[in-house]
Design a protein. Structure first.
Length: 129
């Protein structure tokens, strides 16, 4: 048994269950983002607040959006293999998108196989494990 107010380790390998009594907080640098293209439309923008592990993105479409990827989120630290990425739409506007998530060990993208409405803001939360 170890009792400490704070414990810092480089790596932790557990061979049993992990029980956390309170919140899980993540820290670290924000991943980089790059805007898609056709899916955003003319003048569309993207932004991100978070870390490699969890965060929120905002997608603002411009005029005449098409299909494809809205944005790419590139991890600050590469994963050993392609991680699981869980995306949750925030609000009814995002829930109406037919979105999908291509992922690799270095990034994930938020894409849609149908054109999004023009001049609309969409929010998504993500968790990466």
């Amino acid at each position: 048994t170890v009792t400490a107010n704070q414990l810092t380790v480089q790596s932790l390998d557990l061979n049993g269950d992990l029980t956390i009594s309170e919140h899980i907080l993540t820290s670290g640098a924000s991943p980089s983002t790059s805007a898609g293209g056709n899916a955003l439309g003319n003048g569309g923008t993207v932004s991100l607040s978070g870390t490699d592990t969890a965060g929120s993105v905002i997608i603002n479409t411009g005029s005449s959006p098409g299909t494809g990827c809205f944005m790419t989120i590139t991890f600050t630290h590469r994963f050993a293999s392609s991680p699981s990425v869980v995306i949750t739409p925030v609000g009814s506007a995002a829930a109406g998108l037919a979105f999908y998530i291509p992922r690799t060990s270095t990034n994930f993208r938020i894409c849609s196989n149908s054109a999004a409405p023009a001049s609309t803001s969409f929010g998504f939360d993500y968790i990466v494990i």
